[in-house]
Design a protein around this ligand. Structure first.
Ligand SMILES: [Zn+2]
Length: 567
């Protein structure tokens, strides 16, 4: 409550969460982040600090932080204080609390979640909502610095880069005849749990006190408080970025040590590809990786309180192949092929079977709606590699599970009856798991289970290694890249694709690009009840989290105002 007076002068006309003008908010934060990135490039640390301080005190950054944590997947999971922010009032109050100086540190609530593919449990720390929002707030100031100083070939937990870029880099490094034949597979022992606090406090450029409070927060289990002496809390929004900052620099160390001149690099071929704490290093010989590269990596990690896991760290020849990010990389008679890894396929099929099992008495429509995003997501993940055969095999396994599901529902019916009830013929394909429903415009539509094997295999264009999403010089590069990927993703979906193009890819709720990682909805501008039509002119494509603000924003023109320091 305390700071609402102070802030209200700066937020003329806005008294409620639902009145916030999101496009303006995004623009303001973006401008400040751009300036932080510029100051970072110029190594003007005093300016970085001043701009960061200004950003975290701004109304716009606070609302974005609250929006982020109250709309993401964890929004219904409370921390130690039991709080969740589900109403506009709760969110509005949160903005004011974020502004207050006396925000107390709070320990994390420890929960255990099942480890994927085993019956072991994995501990996870859940911060309180207000602490999550505080992290999201400060992260907005930290990210431009982290992005600007990041290793060129680090791909995890970064804006506008992902696993596909990492895999494409691996392919470039290993595919040719003269490519390095040996691979060092690095595995850091409990990376997130072991970072040395002193090192992080000295090297992560952000508010010292806030950082210290996060690191030392401790956790609560069965009512008892346990302190944390090392590591960055897993489950924290800022933790991946902090971990990235800590591991950045390894690429530089390797380049300096193993030759920056073209000739010697060519000889030793020491190159790093990193995705969060998962990394590989290529090399021209096993001895080189074992005797020289490994100690070099170990020394780098030791400084940060980290160690390599002796069991999991391996040096492999490319003809044996290795798994990286859910895919298997291997040369067969000199030809490099990247395929979905056996472990990844098993984990995916396990989760599909589990979904089918849990929904043994659900409607067919419900089951299809649950399975389609899973199949689409998994197939899309592998659409840049050699996956055609795997797709077909996976489709067959899913079909078998669904056939059992259908038969079990009607033990007294003949198989032919069951087939006619749940499966149809579509074009060339028989046995399509499908049912009748309604489409976006109310027309009768056949809802069918998608087949992984319908996914087109396309080449992935790797992100340029020096592209910086906080540098306006790269804006059009990223916009074009994201747009092309989104269009490709919408390929098979006529209606949403036309809406997306009509809106130039932008969401009318927040003014930001709707890209392939976003969840979206189609919503009428004029409600159907009020006479709105189901036409392209009345329907809008929105981020699913922007539905509400879009509804409110129509009909009133809200203002929100931040003071921005002179450039
Ligand atoms: Zn939006």
């Amino acid at each position: 409550m305390r700071s609402v007076q102070a802030d209200s002068a700066a937020t003329r006309g806005v008294n409620e969460w639902d009145e916030i003008a999101w496009p303006i908010v995004y623009l303001r934060v973006r401008r400040l982040q751009t300036r932080i990135a510029k100051a970072t490039r110029e190594q003007d640390w005093r300016r970085v600090k001043a701009l960061q301080r200004f950003l975290v005190n701004s109304f716009s950054a606070k609302v974005l932080a609250v929006k982020r944590v109250s709309e993401n997947d964890g929004k219904r999971t409370p921390g130690v204080d039991g709080e969740i922010w589900s109403t506009p009032e709760a969110k509005w109050q949160a903005i004011q609390r974020l502004g207050s100086r006396g925000l107390r540190p709070q320990p994390l609530r420890r929960v255990y979640i099942p480890k994927r593919g085993s019956d072991k449990m994995r501990p996870l720390g859940i911060p309180a909502m207000i602490i999550r929002a505080q992290q999201a707030l400060h992260l907005q100031g930290l990210e431009p610095v982290a992005e600007t100083r990041a290793d060129p070939h680090s791909y995890g937990f970064r804006r506008s880069r992902g696993t596909q870029d990492a895999i494409a880099r691996v392919f470039n490094l290993l595919a040719r005849k003269v490519s390095a034949p040996w691979i060092f597979e690095g595995d850091i022992k409990g990376c997130f749990d072991n970072f040395e606090h002193g090192w992080i406090e000295d090297h992560v450029p952000m508010n010292r006190k806030v950082l210290r409070d996060w690191l030392k927060a401790g956790y609560v289990e069965s009512g008892k408080l346990f302190p944390t002496e090392a590591g960055t809390p897993q489950g924290g929004i800022a933790s991946p970025t902090i971990a990235n900052i800590a591991l950045d620099g390894l690429e530089m160390v390797l380049t300096e040590r193993f030759g920056s001149t073209a000739t010697s690099t060519k000889r030793l071929r020491v190159r790093l590809v990193r995705y969060a704490d998962d990394f590989i290093i290529t090399g021209s010989s096993k001895e080189l990786l074992e005797v020289e590269v490994k100690p070099c990596v170990e020394a780098f990690l030791a400084e940060r309180g980290l160690q390599l896991s002796q069991e999991k760290t391996r040096i492999t020849h490319i003809s044996e192949g290795f798994d990286f990010l859910g895919q298997n990389v291997r040369k067969y008679d000199g030809k490099l092929l990247i395929k979905p890894s056996a472990k990844n396929i098993k984990a995916f099929l396990d989760s599909v079977r589990e979904t089918i099992r849990v929904n043994r008495s659900s409607k067919q429509e419900t089951l299809i709606d649950l399975l389609n995003p899973m199949i689409r997501g998994w197939a899309n993940y592998h659409r840049h590699v050699v996956a055609k055969k795997t797709y077909a095999a996976v489709d067959h396994h899913i079909w078998r599970a669904l056939w059992r599901w259908a038969r079990r529902r009607h033990p007294n019916k003949l198989p032919e009856w069951v087939r006619q009830k749940y499966f149809r013929t579509q074009g060339q394909r028989h046995w399509v798991f499908a049912t009748q429903t309604r489409g976006y415009t109310g027309e009768p539509r056949m809802l069918a289970l998608i087949a992984a094997s319908d996914t087109r295999i396309v080449r992935h264009v790797r992100v340029k290694s020096d592209a910086n999403p906080f540098d306006p010089a790269w804006d059009s590069y990223f916009e074009q890249r994201k747009g092309a990927r989104m269009l490709e993703r919408l390929q098979a979906r006529g209606f949403p694709k036309r809406l997306w193009q009509q809106q130039h890819g932008k969401c009318p709720g927040c003014g930001q690009l709707i890209d392939e990682d976003d969840r979206w909805v189609v919503q009428p501008a004029v409600p159907f009840k009020a006479g709105g039509t189901r036409s392209l002119t009345n329907l809008k494509l929105l981020h699913s989290t922007c539905r509400r603000s879009f509804r409110i924003a129509r009909g009133n023109t809200p203002v929100c105002d931040d003071r921005v320091p002179a450039p």
